[in-house]
Design a protein around this ligand. Structure first.
Ligand SMILES: Cc1cc2nc3c(=O)[nH]c(=O)nc-3n(C[C@H](O)[C@H](O)[C@H](O)COP(=O)(O)OP(=O)(O)OC[C@H]3O[C@@H](n4cnc5c(N)ncnc54)[C@H](O)[C@@H]3O)c2cc1C
Length: 309
């Protein structure tokens, strides 16, 4: 079999994978970090105010800082996607999208989550033509325009705030009377913005337009529909765990798809660990600090395991 041998392959280059790499480098574990999105999901956050060392930092800048710390300790990095895993401890084979196969004794899955889509028929048609899943990435294209944000959690709240500085008007659509899943601090900031208008108790029922999105049809809790003209819609309705690779090895996931791990972040497959947003640990608090923490714990467990075996 072609490929290169590692003691550990870390799949995922977000806070969990990068922190694990920092610890693995210091433990002198021969490893590589594989990530299809270098820096991970935080690169999409425009403002982070809850990471202990930072009062207020852009997600991209924080990701760069963590990545640069990991790189300067000498780890090997590959911007690539793992598409298949096979084998068992101590002989795993990880196939990349390029067809290259990497051989490794152990694996850490730090694959995070994937954005949820709306599931409407014409969703794909408007992608990049008014429809977006990342306010930080696509927001600047909507200067002085009318935009909608769909979702009731922190991602939607921070997207609405970010867009309020760019767009003329932001319409915030969510289920329920209040966006209960969003942090009160974000809601306080939103209440100060005159150009964010709340649309409680609504769903987006249809995307309207020809070549480009021009509006949405909304449906309220009384099943009444209405149309609203907008130039852009940002979908922020949460995400699902990226645990497909673990399932290829018959690793256990919970009823919501998160990797089941023990206190040392070991999955149910010998030689495979998982850390960060993709797991069921940290009491379900999926944040940078918990991802970093799980990455550190996983690297420590892997070090002990490799030493013992
Ligand atoms: C808009 C937004 C704002 C946020 N704001 C905050 C905040 O203010 N504070 C906070 O603490 N948290 C915030 N979060 C949450 C935070 O981003 C996550 O908790 C954190 O990034 C999780 O880290 P992770 O390493 O587990 O996963 P991720 O950061 O999602 O990284 C996963 C990595 O795995 C890679 N990957 C996945 N599958 C494969 C594969 N098959 N092959 C190769 N690579 C793969 C991805 O490309 C990526 O590199 C925010 C999230 C969003 C979306």
């Amino acid at each position: 079999m072609e490929g290169q041998n590692y003691d550990l392959l870390i799949i995922g280059a977000g806070p969990a994978g990068l922190t694990a790499s920092i610890y693995a480098s210091r433990y002198k574990i021969k490893h590589a970090v594989l990530g299809s999105l270098p820096g991970g999901t935080i690169t999409e956050a425009h403002k982070i105010c809850n990471f202990p060392s930072e009062a207020n930092i852009n997600g991209w800048d924080l990701a760069q800082k963590i990545e640069s710390n990991a790189r300067q300790l000498g780890a090997e990095f590959m911007t690539s996607e793992a598409v298949a895993i096979s084998g068992q401890y101590p002989n795993f084979a990880v196939e990349l999208a390029s067809g290259q196969v990497l051989l490794t004794k152990s694996i850490l899955l730090a694959t995070g989550t994937k954005r949820r889509h709306l599931g409407l028929d014409n969703e794909q048609q408007y992608l990049g033509k008014g429809l977006a899943y990342c306010a930080t990435c696509d927001g600047p294209f909507f200067k002085d325009k009318l935009v909608g944000v769909l979702g009731g959690g922190n991602s939607a709240a921070t997207a609405a705030l970010y867009l309020a500085d760019i767009a003329r008007q932001v319409y915030w659509f969510y289920l329920g009377d209040r966006p209960e899943a969003a942090e009160p601090s974000w809601l306080e900031e939103i209440d100060k913005r005159a150009n964010i208008k709340h649309y409680p108790n609504v769903k987006v029922n249809q995307l309207l337009g020809d070549n480009h999105l021009t509006g949405v049809e909304l449906i309220n809790s009384d099943h009444q529909t209405s149309q609203l003209n907008i130039d852009g819609l940002f979908i922020e309705i949460g995400s699902d765990p990226a645990t497909g690779l673990l399932q290829q090895l018959n690793g256990q996931i919970n009823d919501r798809g998160y990797a089941i791990v023990d206190a040392g972040q070991a999955t149910t497959v010998a030689g495979v660990w998982a850390a960060g947003d993709a797991t069921s640990n940290s009491n379900g608090l999926r944040q940078i600090i918990t991802a970093c923490s799980e990455g550190a714990i996983a690297a420590d467990s892997i070090f002990r395991f490799l030493k013992k075996n």
